[in-house]
Design a protein around this ligand. Structure first.
Ligand SMILES: [Zn+2]
Length: 326
């Protein structure tokens, strides 16, 4: 989409199970001593361990962002492709951003800006069949493999009509303790995108989001917390202000966080020129030894203060959509 890498946010997320959690491995193994449903495993630091795959975590985060976006999106906007929408429904043929192109077999080669404009807010962050995702989530590995505990549980599936056992008994493996850390990277972010992501992560932190197998039955409750947020601006220079060489847009003071709208030329992407917010008190951008502007936040209160400012930008987008101005 955007040829240049203007900015990049890297969030470190620590996840801890609050009760039993299972992210299923793809296929049952041939080993009869193993449970029927096993946790995904990998070799990490030379030993076998369970882990939380980045693709599963990204799916859970996306689904929650869609949910948050849909609760504030007016119904008449949700059902119409021609309207600017906060979230489509990727599983709904008529209103999915991806499906609108597949049905008509439209030739969209070289029309990156048009694809972007016709994609919903959530697709612009997470991607769709024609738009690359701006976000990447790494696998979450245990901080200390010694502290990871797994247990075997037994279950049956009950037939809804007859009340008899439909499947099972089967046994499944759950993780009950340990902490896992992953990184979430967002390239060419806008402040409003960070705002929606921050809201979704807040709900993780408040244990409102489940991960993995049998969420509806209460499995997979996790406690998650963002322990570090780092921003860098690889294409920019920092003197008095943060500026993109060759750009005619005004620079951003080092006490502010600049979103992609501050750099992307032209009106075509419909990005907001004023895409910046104040960094928390005492936090400023500096240049590293290589001259690259960056800032890192590790203090919980500062991270929360930053998120609150980002959420304001997201709410502005919501107001624009509700008012038909986006
Ligand atoms: Zn969409």
């Amino acid at each position: 989409m955007f040829k240049q890498l203007y900015n990049e946010a890297t969030l470190t997320l620590r996840i801890e199970p609050e009760g039993p959690m299972l992210i299923k491995a793809g296929e049952g193994g041939a080993d009869p001593t193993r449970p029927d449903m096993e946790f995904v495993r990998t070799i990490y630091q030379g030993r076998e361990t369970i882990y939380l795959p980045g693709s599963s975590l990204k799916g859970v985060i996306r689904a929650h962002c869609e949910r948050l976006a849909r609760t504030v999106q007016p119904d008449d906007v949700a059902g119409e492709l021609s309207k600017r929408r906060l979230s489509c429904d990727p599983l709904h043929e008529k209103i999915s951003c991806s499906q609108q192109w597949e049905k008509e077999k439209e030739d969209l080669a070289g029309k990156a800006e048009e694809i972007y404009r016709r994609s919903c807010f959530v697709c612009r962050l997470f991607g769709n069949t024609r738009l690359a995702s701006r976000m990447r989530v790494t696998d979450a590995y245990p901080d200390d493999p010694e502290r990871v505990k797994t247990e075997e549980r037994n279950g049956v599936a009950i037939d809804r009509v007859f009340g008899s056992v439909a499947v099972g008994p089967f046994n499944y493996e759950v993780a009950t303790s340990g902490t896992f850390t992953c990184r979430i990277q967002v390239r060419n972010f806008t402040i409003a995108q960070l705002g929606l992501l921050a809201l979704a992560l807040r709900d993780f932190e408040m244990q409102r989001v489940g991960v993995g197998f049998a969420k509806s039955r209460g499995l997979g409750m996790v406690k998650a917390c963002v322990t570090e947020v780092a921003f860098r601006y690889p294409a920019c220079t920092l003197k008095e202000t943060l500026t993109l060489p060759g750009s005619n847009k005004p620079g951003t003071p080092p006490t502010q966080l600049a979103g992609a709208g501050k750099f992307i030329p032209g009106e075509s992407y419909g990005l907001d020129d004023g895409d910046s917010i104040a960094l928390p008190d005492g936090v400023v951008l500096t240049a590293d030894d290589w001259g690259e502007p960056y800032v890192t936040l590790t203090d919980d209160a500062q991270i929360k203060a930053l998120w609150r400012e980002c959420v304001k930008a997201w709410r502005q987008v919501v107001e624009q959509v509700v008012g038909g101005r986006w």
